[in-house]
Ligand binder design. Structure first.
Ligand code: 5GP
Length: 203
């Protein structure tokens, strides 16, 4: 049977929304998903960052921009972040579903380029909880933390540009909901046209 093109799941949510923790658990349950490794010029905060990012200098990143290497890119908290274009198309053509994690400016660019994607915004249950989570991080200066909080509030104001809202109050519930959204997308008739025509060929 020929391969049905994979779907794209676009996740945004302010830092402190718990998006990374949710995605880690989603990948544990659905290891067949492919994660789009972003490029960034920000400094490594933690060794596990290497699972999420390729770290580039500003010059390397700007060369990538000039060569049209990014599906989207944005400046966020004084650094570049971008989604390399090539792996996504290759995975989708092999039938894999791809997860992209991206802040809002970049997400809006991807929504324009790939209108068929499924977009999900992850939000903390309150600004107080967001503030507590970001202050507890202690890997950044107070000034950097305050900047992230203000950026986060600005991002939350744009949650209405997304298709789904996942409130991260109870982690397990949020992970269940994200998995259900992925399953629902996979069950769409538009994602199963090749299977349907194969079945009907033998009718
Ligand atoms: P952090 O520095 O906390 O890892 O990420 C900061 C923000 O950049 C987060 O909102 C994260 O979703 C976003 N981000 C991560 N990868 C990309 C990317 O490839 N493109 C864009 N535009 N944002 C990204």
């Amino acid at each position: 049977m020929s391969v049905q093109k994979g779907s794209v799941f676009l996740f945004s949510g302010p830092s402190g929304s718990g998006k990374d923790t949710i995605l880690k658990q989603v990948f544990a349950r659905m290891p067949e998903l492919k994660f789009s490794i972003s490029s960034t010029t920000r400094a490594r905060r933690d060794p596990s960052d290497d699972e999420k990012y390729t770290f580039l200098t500003k010059e390397e990143f700007e060369t990538g921009i000039a060569q049209n290497g990014f599906l989207e890119y944005a400046r966020y908290c004084d650094n570049y972040y971008g989604t390399p274009a090539a792996p996504i198309e290759a995975w989708r053509n092999q039938g894999f579903d791809v997860v992209i994690e991206c802040e809002v400016q970049g997400a809006l660019q991807i929504m324009e380029k790939l209108p068929e994607l499924t977009s999900i915004f992850i939000i903390p249950p309150s600004v107080e909880i967001l503030r507590k989570r970001l202050t507890g991080r202690r890997t950044e200066s107070a000034e950097q933390t305050e900047k992230r909080i203000q950026t986060a509030i600005g991002e939350m104001k744009q949650a209405d540009r997304y298709e789904y809202l996942v409130i991260n109050d109870h982690l397990e519930d949020a992970v269940d909901l994200v998995c259900n959204i992925i399953e629902a997308q996979r069950a769409k008739v538009s994602q199963n046209t090749k299977f349907l025509s194969e079945v009907l060929q033998h009718a």
